[in-house]
Ligand binder design. Structure first.
Ligand SMILES: Cc1ncc(COP(=O)(O)O)c(C=O)c1O
Length: 368
């Protein structure tokens, strides 16, 4: 009645989305549970043990009132330490973390520059702050410098650059030179590591570690807990100064109930598990990449395999065929991406990956 026209238009463009319940036993190559931790019952049990010894098992209030729990504090100290940042703040989700950062940090007169492939949770905040917001071409330092130089001609505000460690749809890794540009212009660099933590780096900590970059006061790292960590939530790592500012200005941190203590406990155990099983996990990740290189001749830096398909209609057909063979893969359509892609996540603990590749080779040839 109120949105009939809009819904009809979405359907006509083959962009209609539905929430679905899938059979638990479907072979899952669609979710971001890269390491399979969401099924790990030892981690679940440990998380429960960690939390059950306390009187309270839910946060009850904002962290700025009395929702801050010893489990938040211990997790934050752990995650800041292991990543060599001064401070950490646990946040309810990656979406909230990005909202916190991009609503609070850019102030009137500042310049906020997003990589064009930055996640929607950042891009939608363009209108929530009073800074000048712009987008630079994906991973393109020439375009980034042009935008900074143009701004600097008439302005002296802060410059904030936002990139992802590994881009959620293309699986591209960040351009390392952007770290140098940020230093050169004394810009704040925000790195969203939703898809790089648990996937790259010797300790699987993400791009800072992978690029061997020692965090400096202009660096902010955002990591999520709902992907490789098999939990839910996020964390922001920064200098003490930025930490203090966020605790006092970021509305999505102040005016919200503290992150779920259980989820933080689960993620904490997830991190400990990863650190204790690095060699095993690295071997499995390497093996997935090898299969993709051998069978599809594609080299991936991440654990995201994007395969272009010519239209939204075709991609839905393909997804259905693959589904009928017992596999779930992502069929990502505009406006999430410019052109439709099959987004395959070679989750390291899932069975049937080679069979899926065989089906894909056959079907893609017929459909691309
Ligand atoms: C790059 C990126 N940033 C942020 C988010 C949001 O994180 P969360 O799902 O924890 O809200 C996502 C997840 O969809 C993401 O892919």
């Amino acid at each position: 009645m109120f949105y009939t026209k809009e819904i009809r238009a979405i359907k006509r463009a083959d962009r209609f989305r539905k929430r679905e319940l899938y059979d638990e036993n479907i072979l899952d190559f669609a979710s971001n549970d890269y390491l399979g931790l969401s099924q790990n019952k030892i981690i679940l049990e440990k998380a429960y043990q960690r939390i059950s010894k306390y009187k309270y098992h839910s946060p009850k209030a904002s962290t700025l009132v009395n929702g801050y729990h010893i489990i938040h504090k211990e997790f934050e100290e752990y995650i800041a330490n292991i990543n060599n940042f001064e401070k950490a703040i646990s946040v309810g989700s990656g979406f909230l973390a990005n909202l916190s950062l991009f609503e609070a940090l850019p102030r009137r007169g500042d310049l906020l520059l997003f990589d064009s492939e930055f996640h929607a949770s950042g891009l939608i905040t363009g209108k929530m702050n009073e800074a000048q917001t712009d987008i630079f071409l994906h991973n393109n330092i020439v375009n980034l410098i042009e935008k900074i130089e143009k701004y600097k001609k008439n302005n002296q505000g802060r410059i904030i650059i936002a990139i992802e460690g590994i881009y959620s749809m293309s699986g591209d890794i960040a351009n390392k030179d952007i770290f140098k540009i940020a230093d050169k212009y004394n810009a704040i660099l925000i790195v969203d590591e939703a898809h790089s933590v648990g996937v790259i780096g010797e300790k699987l900590l993400g791009v800072f570690e992978y690029f061997k970059i020692i965090p400096k006061p202009n660096h902010i790292k955002m990591g999520t807990l709902g992907k490789a960590l098999g939990s839910y939530g996020a964390y922001i790592l920064s200098s003490n100064e930025i930490y203090q500012y966020l605790c006092n200005r970021a509305k999505a941190i102040i005016y919200t109930t503290a992150p779920s203590i259980f989820d933080i406990s689960l993620a904490y155990e997830g991190f400990l598990f990863i650190q204790e099983n690095l060699a095993f996990l690295q071997k499995k990740i390497k093996n997935r990449k090898r299969i993709i290189k051998e069978k599809l001749n594609i080299e991936i830096n991440s654990l995201i395999l994007p395969l272009p398909v010519k239209s939204s209609k075709e991609i839905l057909k393909l997804k259905k065929i693959i589904f009928e063979n017992g596999f779930l893969v992502g069929a990502i359509r505009p406006p999430t991406v410019k052109k439709p892609i099959l987004r395959i996540i070679p989750r390291i603990n899932e069975n049937g990956f080679e069979k899926l590749i065989k089906i894909i080779r056959k079907e893609i040839k017929n459909n691309v």
